[in-house]
Design a protein around this ligand. Structure first.
Ligand SMILES: [Fe+2]
Ligand SMILES: [Fe+2]
Length: 310
């Protein structure tokens, strides 16, 4: 407990508190503002849903794909934010009797993630009201969180950094001018991003602090844990791509033959891998931080594992 942190790190935690206070938002007053989802609009932008790549589908069907993916987006975030909150509360323990700005920054981080979970639960229900019944989200957030938290802290913090960095990419996709996009979903991206900007700074501080205390062997083992976590994320994405394809076929209003169904499932999986894996691992900041902590053979192991998902 009561770890010592450098002056420059202390200043970063203090800055995160200031920024967190400045952007503080409310789910109803700032994000939802009494609005509902308009089923005539896309929920996820094309840059995330890869809507244009579903080439065999009509514009209405592509819109339906973006709505299914929007619902899955809310569910995936509800899931990942469960273990992120738990891990950050755990590492926050190191600051209990140390730098009180670091402690406050982590408490705020956790509080914001709890708010995000509430927001995503709310919008998931709101989207459900606009879509036909039968949608299924298979993974249980608590079971996934328990499995993730059983891995080393380094690997969980690295996965968290990766997730919070890709939220920034997702926000950029959502601000592309697109009149067909849901205004409410656009604001979900905007307000989520406002908090994640600070979270990324804290992730890096906590990850580097933790990394400094590891032996070479522990770090090497943590790299394997990270690869296992990415594979577990991919397992969830494969399962959900299958479920979402079945739901699409059951509700698109026409008969879809097996060959086309397989193609649609492939496209769903490609979009999910882009959203939840590659938009993070390809982020320049992620690459930079990773390279500063691990050696070439370890980087190579991660690249090989990622290449199997292409
Ligand atoms: Fe979040
Ligand atoms: Fe976050």
């Amino acid at each position: 407990m009561d770890v010592q942190i450098s002056h420059s790190d202390a200043a970063k935690y203090a800055h995160c508190i200031k920024a967190s206070k400045a952007v503080r938002w409310d789910i109803d007053a700032d994000v939802i503002k009494g609005r509902t989802f308009d089923v005539g609009r896309k929920y996820l932008p094309d840059g995330l849903s890869l809507g244009r790549e579903f080439t065999g589908l009509s514009p209405e069907e592509k819109r339906f794909v973006s709505q299914i993916q929007g619902r899955t987006y809310a569910n995936i975030f509800g899931l990942v934010e469960r273990f992120i909150t738990a891990k950050l509360l755990e590492v926050g323990r190191d600051h209990w009797l140390g730098d009180q700005n670091a402690l406050e920054a982590l408490v705020r981080f956790s509080d914001e993630e709890l708010k995000h979970q509430t927001l995503f639960r709310r919008i998931e229900k709101m989207m459900a009201d606009t879509l036909p019944p039968g949608y299924r989200f298979a993974p249980d957030p608590n079971a996934v969180a328990r499995a993730v938290l059983s891995k080393s802290t380094w690997s969980v913090l690295l996965l968290t950094l990766h997730i919070e960095l890709f939220v920034q990419n997702h926000y950029r996709q959502s601000i592309e001018p697109d009149a067909a996009l849901s205004g409410l979903f656009k604001d979900v991206f905007l307000f989520h991003w406002k908090d994640e900007v600070q979270h990324v700074v804290i992730d890096e501080l906590e990850l580097r602090r933790h990394d400094a205390g590891l032996t070479k062997e522990e770090r090497n083992k943590a790299v394997d844990d990270f690869i296992a976590l990415v594979a577990a994320v991919d397992g969830i994405l494969q399962m959900q791509a299958k479920a979402d394809t079945s739901y699409f076929i059951a509700n698109c209003g026409r008969t879809v033959m097996l060959q086309e169904a397989e193609l649609i499932e492939k496209q769903f999986l490609k979009a999910y891998r882009w959203q939840y894996i590659f938009s993070g691992t390809q982020h320049p900041r992620f690459q930079q931080i990773l390279k500063s902590m691990i050696k070439e053979p370890q980087l190579h192991r991660i690249s090989l594992a990622l290449a199997t998902l292409q």
